[in-house]
Design a protein around this ligand. Structure first.
Ligand SMILES: C[S@@+](CC[C@H](N)C(=O)[O-])C[C@H]1O[C@@H](n2cnc3c(N)ncnc32)[C@H](O)[C@@H]1O
Length: 308
């Protein structure tokens, strides 16, 4: 597994420290990507430990398959972590010691212009992470109403010029390439921070195309079934909406953050937040890997109760 690193894994030592509690345990990496975290976890495991590496991007799996040394402890699974309960072997239910989700796109996906994630390179408006079905960025850009675009750029992109940008997109349709989209945004947002607006719009469209929040909710709910008692669930997110949803889920067992209580006032949930404080990257890591700047890791523990 030594050459698996076309993506510099974020919060690697923190992930391993909190997630790997049993060197002979079974682990799930729901976002295999370049295999950086998986390789780190494998290094910690004894020879009868196991890890299931899931990715919805066939290219990521292929890369890990061809770059990695054959390791019988690693099982590669193609699919969306939101459907973990369908794509993982059912006998793993209640047996898993730790699950990791390192959300978003990999640097490999961003670097490949033809995938349409990069606003620095010209490529088709695609942005699909997974099996090549479903809507593309082109559909969102050219078919959504101005109001839908405004809302999605504001909510998923946290972009304050959302109204102006959506109006410019609609006024210049049809758009087919990432450069065209970038130019349209640049025509209404100026100044030194314009590139940040471009990044935020691209992020918003990507979240919509891949239904990232919906899949995260599904993945959290599916993942909890696989955890054994005291098993840990680590999620690294890069967006405040994701982070809030994860925090709520680990605190209360649902993404809305509604803590249900029994007649005696005891919380009814099978999850518990391990650290009250969110885990973020050290200044050294941010210096080395700018992507780590916005990373926020939360860890949940599966409790003994079966009352959730
Ligand atoms: C940030 S990268 C993970 C990098 C990885 N931790 C590493 O160290 O190399 C995210 C990866 O997760 C995949 N991914 C994102 N959402 C997914 C989902 N819902 N289901 C399966 N894979 C997903 C992406 O295709 C991408 O390869």
């Amino acid at each position: 597994m030594s050459n698996l690193s076309f993506h510099d894994p974020v919060l690697l030592s923190e992930t391993i420290e909190t997630l790997v509690t049993d060197r002979e345990g079974i682990y799930v990496d729901g976002t295999l990507g370049g295999g950086g975290h998986t390789a780190g976890i494998l290094k910690e495991l004894e020879k009868n430990g196991q890890i299931y590496g899931i990715d919805q991007d066939p290219e990521a799996l292929e890369q890990v398959r061809t770059q990695g040394e054959k390791d019988p402890r690693l099982h590669l699974v193609m699919g969306n972590f939101g459907f973990m309960d369908i794509i993982l072997p059912p006998e793993l239910e209640g047996q898993v010691s730790g699950i990791l989700l390192d959300l978003g796109v990999s640097s490999h996906q961003i670097d490949e212009a033809s995938r349409g994630f990069s606003f620095r390179e010209d490529g088709p408006l695609d942005m699909r992470m997974g099996a090549m079905t479903g809507i593309t960025a082109e559909t969102v850009i050219n078919q959504y109403s101005q109001e839908e675009l405004t809302n999605l750029i504001y909510t998923y992109g946290e972009e304050r010029h959302s109204r102006r940008i959506a109006s410019a997109i609609v006024g210049n349709r049809p758009l087919h390439t990432t450069k065209e989209l970038r130019d349209v945004i640049g025509s209404v947002v100026h100044g030194p921070h314009a590139i940040k607006s471009v990044a935020r719009v691209f992020q918003a469209i990507r979240i919509e195309v891949n239904r990232e929040l919906e899949m995260l909710e599904k993945g959290l709910n599916a993942g909890r079934k696989f955890l054994k008692e005291n098993g840990r669930f680590a999620v690294i997110s890069y967006h405040s909406l994701e982070d809030r949803l994860v925090k709520h889920f680990f605190r209360t067992g649902n993404i809305q953050g509604n803590l249900k209580k029994d007649f005696f006032g005891n919380p009814i949930t099978d999850m518990e937040l391990l650290n009250r404080k969110v885990i973020t990257a050290s200044p050294e890591e941010v210096e080395r890997n700018p992507r780590a700047r916005s990373a926020r890791m939360r860890v949940g523990i599966k409790k003994t109760t079966d009352s959730a």
